[in-house]
Design a protein around this ligand. Structure first.
Ligand code: ATP
Ligand code: MG
Length: 170
């Protein structure tokens, strides 16, 4: 089903209001919101919420999280940018594994099971999309969820036989 990106954003802002204000983190929204993606609104809200929850959890107080949207040919990008602790290069390709937590996060007093990003990846894949990360330790991280901006191809069966008419050679 079509899902308005606008609605995803509004729901995510709503769900992350409490942890954000607890750390005086402002969640800003930027980019085009009149976008449509396709699939399960509930799952997509869960995925983006997980990313924003991480951005808040792994950032110091009084920082900003930016929830950005943009569209490029056939793709809708939803990105979550933080000014947090960042991720060491050696951890970058492992954080999407179930139960994996980087050292700095593991040593944090607050809990977490290490499932959030595995769920995000699963949901992205389910929607024919992907999730990518870039990060600089001590500076911040950007997670980008890329989803098809078009409905999945309707599987209309091809006609059993097609008559091919000879055409004149140009
Ligand atoms: P939970 O299951 O509660 O989400 P978690 O946050 O530890 O636990 P993930 O969301 O899967 O698990 O994240 C895995 C690890 O990736 C985190 O423990 C942390 O080390 C790292 N990480 C994820 N997002 C960020 C971020 N925005 N900034 C820095 N590190 C991050
Ligand atoms: Mg998490």
């Amino acid at each position: 089903q079509p899902v308005a990106v606008d609605r995803i954003i509004a729901e995510v802002i709503d769900r992350t209001r409490t942890p954000a204000s607890a750390k005086n983190i402002e969640v800003l929204v930027s980019g085009d919101r009149a976008l449509t993606v396709y699939g399960s609104e509930g799952q997509l809200v869960t995925a983006v919420t997980n990313l924003v929850e991480n951005a808040i959890a792994y950032s110091p107080e009084n920082t900003r999280v930016t929830l950005g949207t943009k569209t490029t040919v056939g793709t809708v990008e939803i990105s979550v940018v933080d000014q947090g602790i960042g991720i060491e290069p050696r951890d970058l390709d492992r954080i999407f594994e179930r139960f994996y937590r980087a050292d700095r996060a593991r040593s944090r007093a607050t809990g977490g099971t290490g499932l959030g990003l595995a769920i995000v990846k699963h949901i992205a894949t389910n929607h024919a999309g992907r999730v990518d990360v870039s990060s600089t330790p001590g500076v911040g991280s950007t997670f980008t969820l890329r989803l098809p901006g078009r409905p999945p191809e309707a599987s209309v069966p091809l006609p059993q036989s097609v008559e091919i008419k000879p055409s004149s050679v140009v």
